[in-house]
Design a binder for this molecule. Structure first.
Ligand SMILES: *Cc1c(COP(=O)(O)O)cnc(C)c1O
Length: 399
């Protein structure tokens, strides 16, 4: 398998790629264009703009259609993903829902991998179904099942890699090759868990890559956002949808995400290293039943992950011996990570999926989707590795 992980962005790219170097007033950092609309000098300028003949290709008409601060964020993410273009949204789910609404119509069929963000699954299996868009859900990373699920009306294959919370990694190059051989089907990868630092899905033949910018891209747990990157002709479809449904990112949020992007490579490199150290320490611990981290040889995705990615990411999921209550004792005993949903930020966060993301499911239903009630999901922040290992080993001793 040829891999592109060696071409993933460096810290130099994270600081500089896609930056506008000719800013008005010579500011180093982006200005926040806090405006709802844009002015025209006279009716002749307006008419020229409407005919698509404005000398400024970036000129905007109204805030729902575009904003220069948001536009710079889009160029930054496109540069990091090696994409022609990108489009930003006010959340990861706004990105997912707008992308799917742009690419699908009644009568179409979607193949979705089972291990995915719960709201993505809900949007496909409930919302889109109400509008006559069918779906088949297949097991995470099962490319044979994906191929078997493809029908004449299949138009889109959606997957995450790595998946939440068990870190299955999908062989994206194989997936893209299978799907391309079937005709007019597009592929969309939610690469939130990987970040462009660890994986570049477009370089492996995937059509569109999506991020919840709420997570690593912004990196500071202080803003919501979403971005989709890919070829210009597809991104412009999504941008048109955004102008209609109004899923517009605020320019101040775009500024915060760009500020976060500068340290993306630094953060992810530290998070990769700390997460691996923690995963190895957990694997040796007598109170741990299993560890789900793709950089461990024991993980079913180890071969795919290490050939396709530059690091395993910040999410370490592990099952505590002794069941649901023992896992809760470990969560409560951890001093550094706080109990919260979300991931990818500078602060370590910890959660027990059975009592948070999957609260409404009983143990039987949890079993069906592969979630052990004693599973803990740790999102590793940028705190010192040794402090995190000591804290989590101490917490595990309370199981
Ligand atoms: C958080 C998350 C989302 C949703 O993003 P929001 O910004 O919360 O809307 C989608 N996919 C993955 C993998 C996520 O972790």
């Amino acid at each position: 398998m040829s891999t592109r992980k060696d071409r993933t962005p460096t810290s130099t790219d994270a600081v500089h790629a896609g930056i506008d170097r000719g800013r008005s007033h010579h500011t180093l950092t982006p200005s926040i264009a806090q405006t709802a609309t844009y002015t025209f000098e006279n009716t002749a300028t307006l008419e020229r703009y409407m005919r698509g003949e404005d000398p400024d290709p970036e000129r905007e008409e109204y805030g729902r259609y575009g904003n220069p601060t948001v536009r710079e964020l889009e160029r930054r993410v496109a540069a990091l993903e090696g994409a022609e273009d990108a489009v930003a949204f006010p959340s990861g789910m706004a990105a997912t829902s707008s992308a799917l609404l742009s690419l699908l119509k009644a009568g179409d069929h979607v193949v979705l991998f089972r291990d995915c963000y719960r709201r993505t699954r809900q949007f496909v299996t409930q919302t889109l179904l109400r509008f006559g868009i069918e779906h088949t859900v297949v097991a995470a990373g099962d490319l044979a099942a994906m191929e078997a699920a493809i029908r004449p009306n299949t138009r889109l294959v959606v997957t995450e890699s790595p998946t939440n919370p068990l870190n299955f990694c999908v062989d994206l190059e194989k997936l893209a090759a299978i799907v391309k051989s079937k005709g007019r089907i597009r592929t969309l990868v939610d690469s939130t868990f990987a970040t462009p630092i660890n994986s570049l899905p477009l370089s492996l033949g995937i059509d569109l890559v999506l991020h919840s910018a709420t997570k690593y891209l912004s990196g500071h747990n202080d803003v919501l956002g979403g971005v989709v990157a890919g070829p210009s002709h597809l991104i412009s479809l999504l941008r048109d949808t955004r102008g209609i449904v109004g899923s517009v990112l605020d320019p101040h949020a775009a500024f915060l995400i760009m500020r976060g992007l500068k340290t993306l490579a630094l953060r992810v490199e530290r998070q990769n290293a700390s997460a691996l150290a923690l995963a190895k320490a957990f694997e040796r611990h007598p109170n741990v039943e299993s560890v789900h981290y793709p950089w461990l040889e024991s993980h079913p995705s180890y071969a795919v992950a290490t050939s396709q990615m530059r690091g395993g990411g910040a999410v370490v999921s592990f099952v505590v011996r002794g069941g649901r209550a023992a896992a809760s004792r470990v969560v409560d005993a951890a001093r550094i990570p706080q109990i919260a949903a979300s991931l990818g930020g500078v602060e370590s966060l910890i959660e027990q999926p059975a009592i948070m993301s999957f609260f409404e499911l009983g143990d039987d239903e949890l079993g069906k989707i592969g979630i052990n009630p004693a599973l803990i999901r740790l999102s590793v922040g940028i705190e010192d590795t040794d402090d995190l290992v000591a804290d989590l080993l101490n917490a595990l001793s309370q199981a």
